[in-house]
Write a protein that binds this ligand. Structure first.
Ligand code: PEP
Ligand code: MG
Length: 329
């Protein structure tokens, strides 16, 4: 069981880049899919993916987790992912450009097909729809409108779907984190995409190896935003999870638990390690460490609070040394 020493259950889910990973994810202890990246359906293709192919992929994921939730993320194109069939412009700053939800809302044919495939697949399990890079309630409203339109067509044609599915967003920008209270009014859940949230908070390109040292998940500005989103989500009564790499980093996971984020999603190879961490620590120790981390003035101080908070309960060295990669010198 994924339960801390003092009895806190922590839900561990898997991130899937490809549908074929579902079996390994289950075997490694995932109880659901916190992030199904759907870009494999479009990247490297010279044609839009057909509704039927998408429906099959989403349905298979739902059926692989009959008692768990599966979060289907809508196409996260742009940035560094460019399908051949979309005429995507050369941009000066692609990560600040035509990306993610912005592309989908501008390409209704592509997006409508994905929404329709998703809706049909909801008949086969607990599928939830997750929107990347949302900054503004208007984006959620537009998606809701497209969903309503597709639901009406399915109803008219007698095609089954589950009208009770959930619609939520990824928190990936400081704008979304700061405006979380407003966004929560239109969202059934938040999933924090720390990979992008860190990049946009620190203005450090996540793909630039030269800047890797500056890409610090324990920067106080990141910690405060995580705290803010968790607090707002709790007050609004919606689920807050993390599906960025931070959840797979032992120190990161410890911090998240301390902020009362107890739903973590990660690439399946990390699941056993993080489950071990969960079983070895006390949520009360994590909370105490997080309280100190929130008051810490620098990344180094944040890291120190977390390392001290974990104390001897975990041998951090067993975690392949990965934790130290994210710790500043
Ligand atoms: C993230 O940004 O943290 C995330 C999970 O999405 P991706 O890595 O696919 O951008
Ligand atoms: Mg992202």
């Amino acid at each position: 069981e994924s339960v801390t020493q003092d009895g806190q259950y922590v839900e561990l889910r898997a991130n899937l880049d490809l549908p074929g990973e579902a079996g390994q994810a289950r075997d490694h202890g995932a109880v659901g899919v916190g992030l199904f990246r759907t870009e494999f359906l479009v990247v490297g293709r010279n044609q839009m993916p057909a509704e039927e192919e998408q429906y099959d992929a989403y349905k298979d994921a739902a059926e692989a987790f009959p008692s768990g939730a599966v979060y289907i993320r809508t196409f996260d194109l742009g940035g560094d992912k460019f399908p051949m069939f979309l005429n995507m412009p050369q941009e000066e700053n692609p990560f600040l450009g035509w990306r993610a939800i912005r592309v989908c809302l501008d390409e209704p044919e592509l997006f409508r097909t994905q929404l329709r495939a998703f809706l049909r697949a909801t008949a086969h399990g607990d599928l939830r729809l997750m929107l990347p890079l949302v900054n503004d309630v208007e984006e959620i409203r537009q998606v809701r409108e497209l969903l309503n339109e597709q639901e009406a067509i399915l109803t008219r044609d007698g095609i089954p779907y589950n009208p009770g599915y959930k619609l939520g967003i990824m928190i990936e920008t400081p704008a979304a984190a700061l405006d979380a209270a407003e966004l929560a009014r239109y969202s059934d859940f938040f999933s924090i995409g720390t990979n992008d949230l860190i990049q946009y908070t620190l203005a450090v390109d996540r793909t630039n190896t030269r800047l890797a040292k500056l890409y610090n998940p324990f920067h106080p500005a990141v910690v405060r935003q995580l705290h803010q989103v968790a607090r707002v989500g709790r007050a609004a009564g919606i689920e807050v999870s993390v599906c960025g790499e931070m959840a797979a980093n032992p120190l990161g996971a410890f911090l998240l638990l301390g902020l009362d984020i107890t739903v973590l999603s990660m690439a399946w190879p990390s699941l056993p390690e993080i489950k071990k961490l969960v079983r070895d620590v006390r949520i009360e120790d994590a909370r105490a460490a997080a309280r100190k981390a929130l008051a810490a003035p620098t990344s180094q101080d944040v890291t120190r609070c977390l390392v001290e908070g974990i104390g001897d309960s975990v041998d951090l060295k067993v975690f392949s040394g990965r934790w130290s990669l994210s710790v500043p010198d």
